[in-house]
Design a protein around this ligand. Structure first.
Ligand SMILES: [Zn+2]
Length: 346
């Protein structure tokens, strides 16, 4: 059982005023970074007559125009550039993926530098400890080629996937989860043999696993899991769904949300009281989708993310399709960073 409660307590337990001070420093730097280097951002700023020097504090965040997926798609066409004019570095990024392949419309590509991978791995290491992974344990992760969590294991040919980099920070071992639900048998048999403490998978894969163990008469306890983390890009498990899975498997179920276009990953702690967002890496807002203004605290709106760390393709005020409300209270786990509470989560 895990004994380490935090991976980076200096960050995870920061006082709210310290978090605010840090964000006030990081935001103008990020604005400077994107405005000076990316056509997408410069065009966005110029259309409202905004200059980097106009963004001095968190109060000024609302001056920055909001962007959504349609804007990213349009920019691919407008700039005739697969990155839609968003790329902010000269050098070649080490890893590029597409969060999804839409049936129609433009594909949005996202790239990472080694620095981006290193920073994200540290953020994920905090999350792994938060969901209950112990140092040195085996972790089973579902990653795929349109996602930086993929698990490429030959760093001489490809950069190691984020999961492998994260695992190395915690001295953990990783084993894969099959992508196709019909291949779930391999995932189950690997788990039976290697006894991973934690598994990260999608709702669809978990559903296939439940059906497989029922059909094969396998006791879910024999898989070794302590925690199953269900990762989704839009619809985080509802409280009812979580309860059904927990009853069927007799295991703790937690949630993770990703908004991959902006390299955003958030997960809940065992208190199941909202998904923690690392505020030294992101500023989150909840906006009314029509007016694009902040809703009142406790009200639901669209999760909007400003990336404070990425070098290659950070997005400012990226409006996702995820409906959430925010909770700024200190969590029962001691972490001070804001929690997003998706609809039907509680
Ligand atoms: Zn917590």
């Amino acid at each position: 059982m895990s004994t380490q409660r935090y991976f980076n307590p200096a960050i995870e337990l920061m006082e709210r005023n310290e978090i605010k001070n840090l964000q006030e420093k990081l935001l103008p730097k990020m604005v400077e970074h994107v405005y000076g280097r990316s056509m997408f951002h410069r065009k966005n700023f110029d259309k409202v007559g905004l200059k980097p020097m106009d963004v001095k504090s968190l109060e000024d965040l609302k001056k920055i125009p909001v962007a959504c997926k349609t804007d990213l798609e349009k920019a691919v066409k407008d700039f005739d550039d697969p990155m839609g004019g968003r790329k902010c570095v000269e050098e070649k990024p080490v890893f590029t993926f597409a969060p999804e392949f839409p049936a129609e419309g433009e594909i949005i590509y996202v790239s990472l530098s080694f620095g981006d991978i290193t920073r994200l791995a540290e953020a994920l290491a905090r999350q792994w400890i938060m969901v209950g992974v112990g140092m040195g344990e085996t972790v089973q992760v579902q990653g795929w080629s349109w996602d930086p969590l993929h698990m490429i294991v030959n760093p001489q040919i490809f950069p190691p996937g984020l999961s492998v980099t994260t695992a190395s920070l915690l001295n953990c071992k990783t084993i894969p989860v099959e992508i196709m639900p019909e291949d779930i048998g391999r995932t189950v048999f690997m788990a039976k043999f290697f006894k991973p403490s934690t598994v990260f998978m999608s709702r669809k894969t978990l559903d296939a696993m439940v059906k497989f163990v029922e059909k094969e008469g396998i006791n879910p306890k024999d898989l070794g899991y302590r925690t199953v983390v269900v990762r989704e890009s839009k619809n985080v498990l509802s409280a009812d769904e979580r309860k059904i899975f927990e009853e069927k498997l007799g295991l703790k179920i937690q949630s993770m949300l990703d908004v991959r276009e902006n390299l955003f990953y958030a997960s809940d702690c065992p208190n199941i009281d909202g998904l923690h967002v690392w505020e030294d890496m992101y500023i989150v807002e909840v906006l009314d989708p029509e007016k694009l203004e902040s809703v009142g605290l406790g009200e639901y709106g669209k999760l909007t993310i400003t990336n404070l760390f990425a070098e290659v393709v950070p997005l400012l005020r990226y409006r996702s399709d995820v409906d959430v409300t925010l909770n700024f209270e200190v969590c029962g786990c001691g972490r001070t960073h804001v929690r997003i509470v998706p609809q039907n989560y509680k």
